[in-house]
Design a protein around this ligand. Structure first.
Ligand SMILES: *Cc1c(COP(=O)(O)O)cnc(C)c1O
Length: 379
C-alpha cells in the first residue's frame, strides 16, 4: 500500500517514555496511569479519568456502572463502529436504533423521543467520525426524559461542541486509543466522568471488582480491563503533543477540502458553526449518480492503485448477528443505509504529505470518471 489508510504518529518522545517505564520496574498500576488519566480528564473538562484496556472495555464498564440490565432498552445509532452497540449486548440489554441526520451522520435528535419506551434506560451517543453534531440536543433529551447519557467519544478526542469539549456530555464519556485514532496507546481506552461514585465503580470493574485496599477482596464481579504503564506512558506523551497532532490533522483535512470542494460527484463533511471537529478520518460520500456497487468498485480500484481506503461504516443493524437476534431488515433505517452504501474513507493521518493527498485525489478522480463511463454510458 503506497498511501496507507491510517498511520500512528509516534516520535522519539513516546519511545523514550516507554524505555523509562521498562527501566522503572513498575509495569502496571503506577504513576504513568494516574498522569495519563489526569491529562485526559483535563482535556474533556471532567473530574475523573479511568484508564482501561480498550474503548470497548470502557463502554462495557459504563453500561455496568450505569446499571443497565437484561430487559432494558438503550437508544443508539446504527451508523458507527460496532462496539457502541456491542456494549449494550454485553449486559443483556436491547439496542434500539435511531436513524441519523445526514448532515452530521450522528443519531438525529429529532427522532429520539419517539423511540423512548418505559423500558428505555440510557442513550449511547456516538460522535461518528469525530463530528460533535447533535450532542447538546441529545443531552437535553436525556435530561428531560431521565435517561442516562453515555458518550461514545472514541472518535472525537480533542474536539468540541460549542464551548464544551467532547467527552464532557452526559454521565460519562469513553475515548479509545487504537492506532488509527487521533492519539494512540497501541490498545487502550479512557472513561471520563464528573460522578465520583460512577468513577469508583468503573475503577473497581476494571480491576477484578476490587474497591479499597485489599488485593483479594472482590466487592463485585469485575474484569481485567487495566491499562499498563507502558500504554499510559505513550498516552501521556501523545496528550502533550495533542495540539500539534490535531493541527496536522486539520492541515490534511484542509488540503482534501480544497482539492475536492468543487468535485460535483462528492458530498464532503460539513460542520456546524459552533463545532470544532477533531478529525478522525476523512470520509467522502458519492452523490446520487452512484450506487453501492459503484462504491465498492471505486474502493477496489483505489486499493489496486495502492491507496488505502475503507467503507466506514456498514449499518450495524444489518450485521448478521444483529439480523439473527433482533430480526432487523434492510429499509428500517433508510438514511443510514443510504449514506453507508456511498461512503469512502480516504487515507488520513497527521503526517500525510501534500504529495500523498494529491496522489489520492488524482486516483479518486480517475476512478470516479471510470466508474461513471462503465456503468452509465449516457453520461
Ligand atoms: C474505536 C471505537 C470504539 C472502540 O475502541 P477499541 O479501543 O478498539 O475497543 C468504540 N466506538 C467507536 C465509535 C469507535 O470508533
Amino acid at each position: 500500500m503506497q498511501v496507507p489508510l491510517s498511520q500512528p504518529d509516534i516520535t522519539q518522545r513516546e519511545i523514550d517514555a516507554v524505555v523509562d517505564v521498562l527501566h522503572s520496574n513498575t509495569l502496571s498500576i503506577g504513576p504513568r496511569l494516574v498522569e495519563f488519566e489526569n491529562k485526559c480528564a483535563a482535556i474533556a473538562g471532567r473530574r475523573h479519568g479511568i484508564g482501561v484496556s480498550s474503548g470497548t472495555a470502557g463502554l462495557h464498564a459504563c453500561m455496568l456502572a450505569a446499571g443497565i440490565k437484561p430487559g432494558d432498552e438503550v437508544i443508539t445509532t446504527p451508523f458507527s463502529f460496532v462496539a457502541s452497540t456491542n456494549c449494550i449486548l454485553y449486559v443483556g440489554a436491547k439496542p434500539v436504533f435511531v436513524d441519523i441526520d445526514t448532515r452530521t451522520l450522528n443519531m438525529d435528535p429529532r427522532l429520539v423521543e419517539s423511540a423512548i419506551t418505559p423500558r428505555t434506560k440510557a442513550i449511547v451517543a456516538v460522535e461518528t467520525f469525530g463530528h460533535p453534531g447533535g450532542m447538546i440536543e441529545l443531552e437535553q433529551i436525556a435530561r428531560r426524559n431521565e435517561l442516562i447519557l453515555i458518550e461514545d467519544c472514541c472518535e472525537g478526542f480533542g474536539g468540541s461542541a460549542g464551548d464544551r469539549p467532547i467527552g464532557n456530555f452526559g454521565r460519562a464519556g469513553v475515548f479509545a486509543f487504537y492506532p488509527n485514532k487521533q492519539i494512540t496507546t497501541g490498545e487502550g481506552g479512557m472513561i471520563v466522568t464528573d460522578d465520583d461514585r460512577f468513577a469508583d465503580v468503573c475503577r473497581a470493574l476494571r480491576n477484578q471488582g476490587r474497591e479499597g485496599m485489599a488485593w483479594l477482596a472482590h466487592q463485585r464481579l469485575g474484569y481485567n480491563y487495566r491499562m499498563s504503564e507502558i500504554q499510559a506512558a505513550i498516552g501521556a506523551v501523545q496528550c502533550d503533543r495533542l495540539p500539534e497532532i490535531l493541527e496536522n490533522r486539520r492541515r490534511v483535512a484542509r488540503m482534501y477540502m480544497q482539492r475536492l470542494m468543487d468535485n460535483r460527484y462528492l458530498i464532503l463533511p460539513t460542520l456546524g458553526e459552533q463545532d470544532h471537529m477533531s478529525w478522525f478520518v476523512f470520509v467522502v460520500r458519492l452523490n446520487d449518480l452512484f450506487g453501492p456497487m459503484d462504491r465498492d468498485e471505486i474502493i477496489r480500484g483505489l486499493r489496486a492503485s495502492g491507496i488505502g481506503c475503507s467503507n466506514y461504516f456498514p449499518p450495524i443493524h444489518l450485521q448478521p448477528y444483529m439480523v439473527e437476534q433482533f430480526g432487523y431488515q434492510p429499509g428500517m433505517f433508510p438514511r443510514t443505509e443510504y449514506v453507508s452504501a456511498r461512503t469512502i474513507a480516504l487515507p488520513f493521518f497527521s503526517r500525510m504529505t501534500e504529495l500523498q493527498v494529491d496522489r489520492v485525489v488524482t486516483t479518486l478522480n480517475d476512478q470516479l470518471e471510470k466508474t461513471l463511463i462503465v456503468r452509465k454510458p449516457r453520461l
